[in-house]
Design a protein around this ligand. Sequence first.
Ligand SMILES: Nc1ncnc2c1ncn2[C@@H]1O[C@H](COP(=O)(O)OP(=O)(O)OP(=O)(O)O)[C@@H](O)[C@H]1O
Ligand SMILES: [Mg+2]
Length: 589
Amino acid sequence: MSTPSILSALKKLRILLSRPEKIKALWIAIFAVISSFFEVITASLIVVFAQVLSQPEIGLTYLRKLGITAELSPGRTILYFAVAVGSIYFVKNLVAAVEIFFQNFSIQQMCYNFKNKLLNKYIEADYGFYLTRNSSLGAQIVGNDTELMFNSGMSAFASIISESIVFCILISLIVYLNPSLAIIIFTLAGLIGLLLTKIILPKFYKFGQQLQQASLMGFQTLLQFFHAFKEIILLGKREQFIKAYAYQAFKKAHVQAWQTSLNALPRVIIEVLFVGLFVIAIGILALEHDSPSQMMGVLGGYLYAGFRLMPGLNRIINQLNLFKSSIPPIERVYTDYTTIAQCQTYKDIPVFHFNTTISFKDVSFKYINTNTNALQNINFEIKKGECIGIVGETGSGKSTVVDTLLGLLTPQSGAVLIDDVFPVTTVQWHQKIGYVPQTLYLLDDTVENNIAFGETTINQDALALAIDAAQLTKFINKLPDGIKTTVGERGVRLSGGERQRIAIARALYRNPEILIFDEATSALDNETEAKLMETINKLRKDRTVIMIAHRLTTLKDCDRILLMNKGCLDRIVNYKDLIKSPKKEKTNA
Ligand SMILES: Nc1ncnc2c1ncn2[C@@H]1O[C@H](COP(=O)(O)OP(=O)(O)OP(=O)(O)O)[C@@H](O)[C@H]1O
Ligand SMILES: [Mg+2]
């Protein structure tokens, strides 16, 4: 089974990181090298110290090599070496502490930066992307995958560098001290390496994939469980939903148990190997040097190297496993990051004003993965200040017309233009529009924050006007905390009509030039709707209004009404003609 290599994942990481982040990653690597350098110095010093302990005169020879010629007693020699070893240990651990802080803070900062960068990519994505993207998947990629990419991937990478350096140098030390033992270690490490690359690492890639899948499905089931609670209760599907989640949770737990156990296994194997090697080392040494005191010095080195080398080897294997299991998240982040189609928001076109017309010029549009056009050769013009109604059977393309006018959907042929020149896909165009969608979304926040939507300093005058115009005043006065009352997730604590009026107030709050209502009053009673229409009529003076409605009376003040039929613009009529039209029985007027 071939799985993507660690190198290919590193290449992807390199592409995902910005230049300053790459420099930071380089610093993490440099720190890893420095701390491994200290690790090796202390390891060598311990070997020397073990020799000095058994034969203090060797210490004097070392000191002479350093240019210190004083004649010291054995006790003093041991003391000075002990102080030297202690000091180096202190410095080494100081460096290690700094490295830990630097590495963790840098990785977390990179993770945080990257999440922002990724969200910025998503927010710039074409609207079509959101029509096909599952929200749980998006949340998992930003929330979960990026964290795994940095917390597991990057930190594992840093550990692999430093542990490998220490391992290589300590192995060299053993080669220098006793080549025959080194051969045994190389053979064993080679065998472990083979086992690792052929059997264990691909398993960890698979674990990563399975965890990713189970997390996504579990998260999605959980989200649906909380969102569809009403349907679940009424359709009697409690058990099915709990079972569906339990199944995913079990899969995840099962994989995690395997992953953790397999990751702990090398330690057990290595410990057995180490003890075996240690006995072999004693055997070889006993044959080569018969005196126990001579063996002590060399054995001390082995002991340290062994105690440092074997856990080091274990850590390398653990971190390789960890890195391998974070390759699927890296790949998913990489794919999204590099392939999300960016919409053209034309941020840098000159400021324009809407002066005369919005024109649909032979617009045809087809949703992806569908066979028929949702809009077919649509041609019409809306003059500034007009009030336009759109009617038609369900599925006839009314919302699609509005979404192309909003610049959210890009027609495959034809164009929607402002004053015959400007495209509708611009930020500037969006700023001129107040839009009430057919399926509205309320934040789990206060009424005022839902109306001001994302604004930190709320314009109280505009808020009061919007509330009044949207016929919300009476309702808000009855609320326990007035405009500070929270509406619940997706507005669950409100009635359908109250939600709709909050959405209308949100559209009016910006005091837009163009108002677009997509079935915005469908949940209101006749009286409230009539009052709302009255205020909208007052607001109409210098505004352009586009209204989709099934209830024909909603459109009685419209100048012209577009009749949509199966994606085509059937006719353009006025209200009087419309109510005489034989198609009116299809509506609920
Ligand atoms: N994201 C989508 N992907 C594929 N097809 C879609 C998508 N959205 C809408 N459609 C299809 O496009 C056609 C037009 O849909 P649209 O929402 O414009 O209808 P509508 O006239 O607004 O209907 P309604 O009165 O029910 O709101 C329908 O056949 C619908 O199934
Ligand atoms: Mg619609």
